[in-house]
Design a protein around this ligand. Structure first.
Ligand code: HEM
Length: 421
């Protein structure tokens, strides 16, 4: 039998497939999200119903009040005019997110929710998998606990001395490059290009992912076979990874896990610290009085070391540099938050915010940044040496263009006029 030229069987198959697809869509986009919402409501959370197909993205785009959004472990500032109070559930596609504008609630959660219970949103895991694989940023529950045990000791500040020397050396090379450029009559330096390695876009990382993996396998194998431990992050990681159980040598991580951790350190570590340094240089170039204050402090604390070498212990004495560095885009800020006032951090336990949970540049509770001490050290080393050698001014060609990528970066170059002291 034929209908519109199609056999009855083909029509039946087509119809069944269509029906199955409709059932699947209804399940995924309506039944399951509504079940989740029902459960969340039972726990006392209110919020708009999931709307097909994008969730509440449209509503979220309309700006009114600044609030904090927690997307499982990721905290970011955003805006909303949804009228569900200060804590509610909203939807991105079919995924529920907890929206928090109440610092006390955030504090309570950070006390009561175990670190291993935090996870990452599905879209983040999918989008960033090529960058982080199953590295620490992505792991959850007991796998996170295991990774933490291996990785955290590698970030013990007592192990940073050799890394400090590498940082000093690479800053020295950069300073030499700048001086030779200045001597050629070009004092305008694109500090972004000089300091930062551009984070590859997700697509690029997907394309070159295999190449990166191969390169890392070679490096890791060479290190393992040479038997010599190098005092850098990979060296410390390999040391922590090695164990002897009942006389048998074993590794805690597989090669895949080692590769993913290396990628995680590189991508989550390198980019953010570099960005902190270049934004700080820009702010200092805009506020020369602060450059002078910092130079005075560097001389007072480091003596000549600010110029010729770095004593890691002395870095702890530099308080003002801390102060400027890590001012994050906290949302519970005071009304003068957009003014450059590093002094607001001085003797203020809330770091210039209205609440202690307003300042969370390194995340919070157990999922706090494992690399924060390393990043402080690198930041201080680079800034100390640059300020000891140069005066910075903003170039007339500078065009302010911050944008959020993985972190807050500039679209256009950050050009500064650099004058040797
Ligand atoms: C200015 C510098 C840095 C800032 C502002 C920063 C910020 C953060 C934040 C906010 C988180 C929490 C993310 C979340 O909850 O999803 C985090 C986690 C993490 N950071 Fe950093 N970070 C910095 C430097 C570094 C460095 C230098 C490294 C390593 C070389 C690093 C490695 C990591 C890792 C592995 C995690 C995941 C920790 C976990 O989930 O247990 N970060 N960082």
């Amino acid at each position: 039998m034929k209908f519109l030229g199609l056999s009855f069987v083909a029509l039946l198959i087509g119809l069944s497939l269509f029906l199955m697809l409709m059932i699947l869509i209804t399940l995924v986009w309506w039944v399951i999200p509504n079940q989740k919402l029902h459960k969340l409501k039972k726990c006392g959370f209110e919020g708009p119903p999931p709307s097909f197909p994008l969730g509440n993205i449209k509503d979220m785009k309309r700006k009114k009040s600044n609030i904090i959004i927690i997307t499982t472990t990721t905290i970011s500032s955003s805006s909303s005019n949804l009228s569900y109070g200060k804590v509610f559930i909203y939807w991105l596609g079919t995924e529920p997110f907890l929206y928090i504008a109440e610092a006390e609630f955030l504090k309570k959660m950070s006390r009561e929710v175990e670190a291993k219970a935090w996870g990452k949103p599905y879209y983040f895991r999918k989008d960033r998998y090529s960058m982080f694989g199953e590295g620490l940023v992505m792991t959850e529950s007991n796998q996170w606990v295991l990774h933490c045990h291996v990785i955290a000791p590698a970030f013990n500040p007592l192990k940073f001395k050799a890394m400090a020397n590498m940082m000093v050396e690479s800053t020295r090379k950069m300073i030499e490059r700048w001086i030779s450029q200045i001597n050629y009559g070009n004092p305008e330096i694109d500090v972004e290009r000089e300091i930062i390695w551009k984070e590859p876009k997700t697509l690029e990382t997907k394309k070159i992912g295999g190449e990166i993996d191969k390169l890392l396998i070679t490096i890791i194998n060479e290190r393992m076979q040479s038997g010599k431990s190098k005092e850098d992050l990979l060296g410390h990681l390999l040391q922590e990874n090695h164990q002897v159980v009942n006389g048998e040598e074993k590794n805690k991580f597989s090669m895949r896990e080692l590769i993913d951790e290396c990628k995680t350190f590189f991508i989550s570590g390198y980019e953010i610290t570099s960005l902190s340094i270049i934004w700080s240089l820009l702010l200092l170039a805009m506020h020369e009085d602060w450059q002078n204050q910092l130079r005075d402090e560097i001389k007072e604390v480091m003596g000549n070391n600010g110029d010729f070498g770095v004593n890691v212990n002395l870095l702890n004495g530099l308080k003002k540099i801390d102060l400027i560095a890590m001012y994050c885009d906290a949302t519970l800020r005071r009304s003068d938050a957009n003014e450059f006032k590093p002094e607001r951090f001085m003797d203020d336990e809330n770091h210039g915010c209205n609440h202690q949970m307003g300042y969370l540049p390194f995340g919070f509770v157990g999922r706090m940044c494992v690399g924060r001490n390393l990043s402080f050290m690198e930041y201080k080393i680079v800034l100390t040496r640059l300020l000891s050698r140069f005066r910075f001014k903003v170039s007339s060609s500078y065009h302010h263009s911050p944008t959020i990528m993985l972190s807050l970066g500039p679209i256009h170059r950050i050009s500064l006029i650099v004058q040797p002291l």
